[in-house]
Design a binder for this molecule. Structure first.
Ligand code: FAD
Length: 393
């Protein structure tokens, strides 16, 4: 069936729905197409099923982009307080977890229902389970060929996200659309993703799988203090997911496994008070026992404290506070929460999200080269960029 609309949005995720609502509120006729049977699958699985829908500390420093200034305008015009107001107007119970992260008390579905309810009020129409086969702009309107027939639109908004978690329908479709119109794309790569060890280190750490500690993980000057989790393949947990967005193959990361303690001072005190204690026992007071054993074996540490020189204790302290790790890779798009890179922001207006070269073509959300830290920032970018485009499309 052939149809014509003012605004055609590809992708019924966080950004696409927000844009649809805003454009619909302006009286534009809006159609949202998605190839998935259900809208907003990523919202449903987000935040462990409770959707970390924003972060009250959101600021541009929480985002990675080739142009860190690009996101400033949209983030300023639609803030965490704005989204929270919407959440409260739908009487959705929420709580702050840690570090300003706001979660639903119950299921993430509440956020999807909120967006679909608002979209209905704004008379947005949906075409789900619909595949897009071709996009062109033969005249002043876009022509989009789909499995349910062609659609013509004055404005075309690409909100198809990034390729992380392909099993729920994520694709790199948006990058293909950009290339088709001659727009630059910054090479995408998985981010907020567990890091993996080589076989030798994997074998040595397999038995640590499931152990988690509070840690500081650094890459150059960038550091995050949050949980660190040993997995069967390497490292995960919030601090490692965060640093994965900065890590590149070949790089090392530095891990402080006991950030609250001056380990050297502590070992010196124990040496004085309990000189006959073994160094390994002293380390096991600082770390979970199996982890302490691993650290001792990795660095050849052990023997009576009385026999340890200051230099030997400094080596032990470094083994805990400055463990230098060289991951060989990441778990990839299969488990990555987001995708770094995407449509080069040089191609877009930071006010409207419209491309500079193709009038009426917009890109919003994760498909754009703006990637947030873990903690609600990625949804805030989806809301803010969707809201910005929704005022103009
Ligand atoms: P998406 O939400 O991915 O929506 C894209 C839509 O486009 C999808 O519906 C998809 O089906 C559709 N689509 C894709 N290709 C095509 C195509 N070819 N044709 C038609 N439709 C297509 N961020 C947070 O801020 N807080 C969290 O708690 C959080 N938890 C997460 C947990 C997990 C497991 C994952 C994977 C991500 C999480 N994120 C979280 C990140 C967040 O989900 C994304 O950044 C956000 O969903 C991006 O919104 P978007 O609208 O740009 O893309």
């Amino acid at each position: 069936m052939s149809q014509t609309v003012d605004v055609l949005i590809l992708g019924a995720g966080a950004a696409g729905l927000m844009c649809a609502i805003e454009a619909g509120k302006r009286g534009r006729s809006v159609l949202v197409i998605d190839h998935a049977r259900r809208p907003a699958e990523k919202i449903r699985i987000s935040g462990g099923g409770r959707c970390n829908f924003t972060n009250i500390h959101c600021s541009p420093v929480n985002f990675l982009s080739a142009n860190p200034r690009f996101a400033v305008s949209a983030l300023k015009r639609y803030t965490p307080a704005d989204f929270l107001k919407l959440v409260e107007s739908h009487r959705i119970a929420w709580h702050e977890k840690t570090l300003g992260q706001l979660f639903c008390d119950d299921r993430s579905q509440a956020i999807i229902d909120l967006l679909l309810g608002e979209a209905e009020r704004a008379r947005v129409r949906f075409s789900l389970a619909t595949a897009v086969s071709d996009i062109s702009k033969p005249d002043d309107r876009f022509l989009v060929e789909t499995s349910t027939g062609p659609c013509r639109a004055t404005s075309l908004v690409i909100a198809t996200g990034g390729p992380s978690i392909p099993k729920i329908g994520a694709t790199g479709f948006g990058y293909d659309v950009a290339r088709r119109f001659g727009l630059k794309v910054i090479s995408p790569r998985p981010a907020l993703v567990p890091l993996t060890f080589d076989e030798a280190l994997r074998d040595r750490t397999k038995h640590l799988a499931g152990i988690s500690v509070d840690a500081v993980v650094s890459h150059g000057k960038t550091r995050f203090r949050e949980g660190l989790l040993f997995t069967h393949r390497g490292l995960s947990g919030p601090s490692v997911l965060q640093i994965s967005s900065y890590w590149q193959p070949g790089d090392t990361i530095t891990v402080n496994l006991s950030p609250d303690e001056n380990v050297l001072d502590r070992l010196k005190v124990v040496r004085k008070e309990q000189p006959r204690q073994d160094l390994r026992t002293a380390l096991a007071d600082l770390l979970p026992k199996r982890l302490a054993q691993f650290v001792a074996e990795l660095h050849g540490l052990g023997g009576r404290l009385a026999d340890q020189s200051d230099k030997a204790l400094a080596k032990a302290a470094d083994a805990i506070a400055r463990w230098i790790v060289k991951p060989v890779g990441s778990e990839g798009y299969r488990t990555a929460e987001v995708t770094l890179g995407g449509i080069d922001t040089d191609e877009l207006s930071s006010k409207t999200m419209e491309t500079r070269r193709v009038s009426g073509l917009y890109f919003i959300g994760e498909v754009v080269d703006v990637t947030g830290h873990l903690g609600g920032y990625n949804f805030q970018w989806a809301w803010a960029s969707g809201h910005a485009a929704g005022q103009f499309a």
